[in-house]
Design a protein around this ligand. Sequence first.
Ligand SMILES: NC(=O)c1ccc[n+]([C@@H]2O[C@H](COP(=O)([O-])OP(=O)(O)OC[C@H]3O[C@@H](n4cnc5c(N)ncnc54)[C@H](OP(=O)(O)O)[C@@H]3O)[C@@H](O)[C@H]2O)c1
Length: 312
Amino acid sequence: MTKHTVVGGSVVEELLQHPDLYHIRALTRDPSKPAATALTARGVEVQYADLDDTREALAAAFTGAHVIYALTDFWQKQSSSAEIEQGKTIADAAAATPTLQHFIWSALPDPVALSGGEFLNVHHWKGKSLVTEYIETRKPDLWERTTTILFPNYFENCLTIPDRYLPTKDGAGRYTLRFPHSPKTVMPNVAIADTGKLVHIILEAGPVYLTKTIAFWAQALSEAEKLAELGNHYNVPTRYVPASASEFQEILMTQNRMSEEIALDFTEQLMIFEKCGNVYARDEFVQAREIPGLSLQTWSEFICKHKLLDQA
Ligand SMILES: NC(=O)c1ccc[n+]([C@@H]2O[C@H](COP(=O)([O-])OP(=O)(O)OC[C@H]3O[C@@H](n4cnc5c(N)ncnc54)[C@H](OP(=O)(O)O)[C@@H]3O)[C@@H](O)[C@H]2O)c1
């Protein structure tokens, strides 16, 4: 594991709690890294695999699997075509795995369809949605065994990307956060550490969630209310300052050193919630919050578990 729980790590952690049910194989580009050797020591089979490799190489890594949990990481290459290629390779290799019973695909929704054609630059959503479409239309046998999970804003972004998701402290000790949202605009949020619990429930439910798309979120919260709660918890003054889309894109380019294209991608994903509301709550998706037995962390609980502000 890295310092903070990632999606794959959360799934492994949860399934390790059920050694009678699951034998886990974790795929990584570097089986010798400390996170991988720590898993080996706990009985996980760790194998080398690179999503940029051939379908045959990936299919070899999938040999004998009954369940495959798969995700692509747009941010490594920041290239939609590369992410789509990786996703299709995963799907092709999964479809060629005769033992496979359940394919769980970690995705994002189609930003163009959800926004009625308004947002055309959210490449890290669009690429994943095109892979989902590829599975449904081109790999129907695999689709019959597929559950798609749509991921929302992670609470853990505050830990992994603090300079973008946490407020900054000024000389007077006040914490300011800027986001391209009105104080009332909500986004779906979840603790990514809860992914494993969802995956375990999906697997235990057998056919219930096959061909379904699950919107995985615990709470719809505005960044302004998250900030206010953080301020209350640490007993410090806070200030939420909405930014326009163009101001926010500029901040990403100057402070976070994003390219113009990637800053636009990132800003537009946020503007979908500003302009279209909480699109994850739509009826077309199974709502994780309504899945029996699935208890998801709240922002208040997350704040209590992690040190988010350094008050020194
Ligand atoms: N942050 C958010 O709020 C949010 C919300 C919704 C969706 N997402 C999506 O989540 C994805 C990132 O997932 P994460 O947060 O779990 O990221 P992460 O913690 O950085 O983990 C990404 C994993 O992908 C593996 N990986 C990357 N490229 C690979 C390749 N070529 N071959 C094999 N493995 C590869 C890496 O494994 P090794 O290094 O061990 O090989 C790494 O463990 C992105 O696509 C993003 O769009 C993020």
